[in-house]
Design a protein around this ligand. Structure first.
Ligand SMILES: [Zn+2]
Length: 508
């Protein structure tokens, strides 16, 4: 199967065909840098990071553009409240968004344009729209003439005559649905001189200008959160499609802005959308003081990107347990195999088909942990079959639930051969598990080295001592002492499993 993606505009899953073979241009609406990021912002960012990593793993070169909205009503209000300039506030919060993205392993954008750095491009766009009758001046502002674009409403699936008025001030508008391309200056606010008077750009306009500059008027994928479909993306599309039609005189009709429009579902708490206005917002810095960043990333990835995802302490605990099982397998397998390099060469030597499943005597090392809800392992006959199932799942509109099932299936099979006697087989499973984790941005070896780097070596040494203490307590038949050590370790977040091949430990 090759990649299929759900397109919001056509409302169906379609075969993905890039405009240029081997290359994909993606524009994702970035943050409005008005205050520190909350976990809801990361949901959409992680979803599009998975898309990007899967495109890369599938062999595409990807140009990934994500803008920064650094001028906006709320930035102005918040800066005034703090007594700092809008530039200072926007710079500081751009950095906090970058930090949050980096913390959960999101690849940095290829291009990260800022709205205020693209005022001349916006002027050119407005001029083209006015010249072709798609926009008009009124009371110092410039408005987009919604009634002139016959396809308005197609993206958000609304009939133009049934649509509500845009939220913007009425002054100078011909039609309540018209929206601002350029906003007339207000006293005390930052403003730029323009051919239509002093003012600042409308929010929707900036994305059309930046997407057009870096990807062209027609490009492959436009993404954002589900809450951006209307009015933001509807208006972006209207601007770009009309400006593009205004510029081309070949009568070819209005080209589509993006060939695929993708929207990530929202993060909810108690079934309600997470947002600051509801007071149920969770700042990323708060979340990361409670949960490891790779667990937060796992949690945000664990539901299909188009569904809403519940964010609660219980849900996070479940994700921590599920990801912990994968980490534990990787760690135990590396303990047996030596190093990732040795595992890779062993896996290359091993026969492609694994030994028959459920061979006698292989089940005794099956770990106590059970898969968490939503992460039930799929039955996979071989590492190659596991990869095929994982690929097919992601090719089907990033079907992450089935991809995770393939991952957990491979982990379950790997756990069955977790011993020195099955090194070749174990290596095969370890290699495929890490290959999948790399696509998910969750490989504990190379992508999250802090989880097993310098600290790991020190902790290994400490645990060696603790294991010796437990062993000698048992040798003295002092089981109370041995159990007490195990219980105290559990309270400290370290779980010790007594297995047929000795004691193994992992973080809770
Ligand atoms: Zn946008």
């Amino acid at each position: 199967m090759s990649l299929h993606l759900y397109d919001t505009r056509t409302r169906r899953v379609r075969l993905f065909e890039p405009l240029r073979p081997g290359h994909v241009g993606v524009y994702v609406c970035g943050p409005t840098v008005q205050s520190a990021p909350h976990v809801g912002h990361l949901r959409s960012a992680v979803a599009f990071d998975l898309l990007r990593r899967w495109l890369l793993a599938s062999g595409y070169a990807v140009t990934y553009v994500q803008n920064v909205t650094d001028i906006d009503d709320k930035i102005i209000v918040n800066a005034e409240r703090e007594g700092v300039s809008v530039w200072e506030l926007a710079t500081r919060e751009t950095r906090s968004f970058d930090d949050a993205y980096r913390a959960v392993g999101i690849l940095p954008p290829t291009i990260q344009p800022r709205a205020t750095g693209h005022i001349p491009e916006m002027f050119a766009l407005i001029a083209d729209l006015i010249a072709a009758g798609y926009a008009y001046e009124g009371s110092g502002s410039v408005w987009f003439r919604v009634g002139r674009f016959g396809d308005y409403g197609a993206l958000s699936n609304q009939r133009p005559d049934a649509m509500q008025a845009s939220a913007e001030a009425e002054a100078g508008k011909e039609d309540p649905r018209d929206f601002a391309l350029w906003k007339a200056v207000k006293p005390g606010e930052p403003a730029w001189d323009s051919p239509w008077g002093s003012g600042r750009p409308g929010w929707h306009l900036e994305c059309s200008a930046m997407a057009g500059k870096y990807l062209g008027d027609v490009f492959d994928i436009h993404g954002g959160g589900l809450d951006l479909v209307f009015p933001h993306h509807e208006n972006e599309r209207a601007q770009t499609v009309c400006a593009s039609a205004a510029r081309s005189h070949d009568g070819a009709g209005e080209p589509e802005m993006a060939r695929y429009w993708m929207h990530a579902g929202l993060l909810t708490t108690g079934g309600t959308k997470m947002s600051k206005s509801l007071g149920n917002s969770f700042f990323v810095t708060d979340a990361l003081s409670q949960v490891r960043p790779q667990v937060l990333r796992y949690h945000l990835l664990s539901a299909h990107y188009r569904s809403s995802l519940e964010y609660s302490p219980d849900a996070l605990t479940e994700s921590a347990a599920a990801y912990g099982r994968v980490e534990t397998f990787v760690r135990n397998a590396l303990d047996i195999l030596g190093s990732p390099e040795e595992a890779a060469s062993l896996a290359a030597e091993a026969p492609p088909a694994a030994a028959p499943r459920s061979a006698k005597g292989r089940g005794k090392n099956r770990p106590a942990g059970r898969p968490a809800a939503g992460a039930a392992p799929a039955v996979v006959a071989s590492p190659a079959a596991a990869w095929a199932a994982f690929s097919a799942a992601l090719d089907d509109d990033l079907g992450v639930s089935r991809a995770l099932a393939a991952l957990f299936g491979a982990v379950a099979e790997g756990n069955l051969v977790l011993s020195k006697t099955h090194r070749g087989e174990l290596a095969g499973w370890l290699v495929v598990v890490r290959r999948m984790l790399t696509v998910l941005g969750l490989d504990p070896v190379t992508q999250w080295p802090a989880a097993g780097g310098q600290v790991r070596a020190a902790l290994d040494g400490v645990m060696e001592i603790v294991r010796d203490l437990r062993s000698s307590a048992r040798a003295r038949l002092d089981y109370t002492e041995a159990d007490s050590i195990r219980d105290r370790l559990r309270d400290a977040g370290v779980i010790v499993d007594d297995t047929g091949e000795g004691q193994r430990w992992h973080l809770a």
